[in-house]
Design a protein around this ligand. Structure first.
Ligand SMILES: O=c1[nH]c(=O)c2ncn([C@@H]3O[C@H](COP(=O)(O)OP(=O)(O)OP(=O)(O)O)[C@@H](O)[C@H]3O)c2[nH]1
Length: 222
């Protein structure tokens, strides 16, 4: 059984459509998120911690909204900003900007305690971070060194983690729609906010959908 590690049931609903019925269940484990400018090291550390907690294969999902004119804010701090300011106040801030372009990014980190065969799309950490910044990227291996900005934790650091990234461009708009979760009502892609889309439509274009598609393909063939 694959455990989707999140406190957010909205993420699990979206993931279920990519994985065989009954093959995934939510692990409501609030892993400690390290501070970092990128999602990848946060997700990788979370996956190692969650695997140690669960003792079975885990998938951690770290996501965020990156507003271009705010140099990527709130980015990895999206959850904190949603809890403190709320999305209406995020909209108020962005409303005053001329350029309201933004992107959603998602990094999935898989850990099952085993190593992974080198894959053609495996890149070193520097390239992976560049790939994340550039948008869509394939699955990459996080070699398991202490590259996450946190302190050493002995052998836990050697647990290999596989990363999958997804990206969707859009813009921040006044809240519209009742569906989805998080920032969905203020994120518009192709004329519709994510909150105006049903799960199937959102998955077809979203950052999480892109990352899940890559993960599901790799997971089925591994
Ligand atoms: O409009 C949205 N559409 C999405 O598809 C989406 N995915 C994530 N988010 C929001 O971005 C932050 C991520 O934070 P996050 O990855 O740390 O997750 P989280 O705090 O919700 O739960 P957990 O998985 O960490 O337990 C949180 O504010 C989420 O609400 C989204 N908002």
């Amino acid at each position: 059984m694959l455990r989707y590690v999140t406190t957010n049931p909205g993420k699990v609903r979206e993931a279920e459509s990519y994985l065989a019925d009954g093959s995934v269940s939510q692990l409501d484990f609030d892993y400690a998120e390290i501070q970092a400018d990128e999602l990848a090291p946060i997700a990788a550390r979370g996956a190692r911690d969650a695997y140690r907690e669960a003792g079975e294969p885990v998938l951690v999902d770290d996501a965020g909204l990156f507003v271009e004119a705010l140099d990527g804010f709130p980015g990895p701090y999206s959850s904190y900003v949603e809890d403190t300011l709320g999305i209406d106040r995020v909209w108020e801030i962005v409303h005053d900007l001329e350029d309201r372009r933004a992107a959603f990014r998602c990094t999935l980190a898989y850990c099952d305690g085993a190593g992974f065969a080198a894959s053609p799309d495996a890149v070193d950490r520097g390239d992976r971070v560049a790939a994340a910044a550039a948008g869509p990227g394939g699955g990459t291996d996080d070699g398991g060194e202490d590259d996450e900005g946190g302190g050493g934790e002995g052998r836990a650091e050697s647990l290999p983690v596989k990363l999958f990234e997804g990206y969707v461009p859009g813009r921040v708009v006044a809240p519209r729609g009742d569906g989805g979760f998080g920032y969905d009502p203020i994120f518009e892609h192709d004329g519709e906010t994510f909150a105006e889309m049903d799960t199937e439509r959102k998955n077809a274009v979203s950052h999480r959908g892109r990352a899940l598609e890559k993960f599901a393909e790799w997971y089925a063939d591994r």
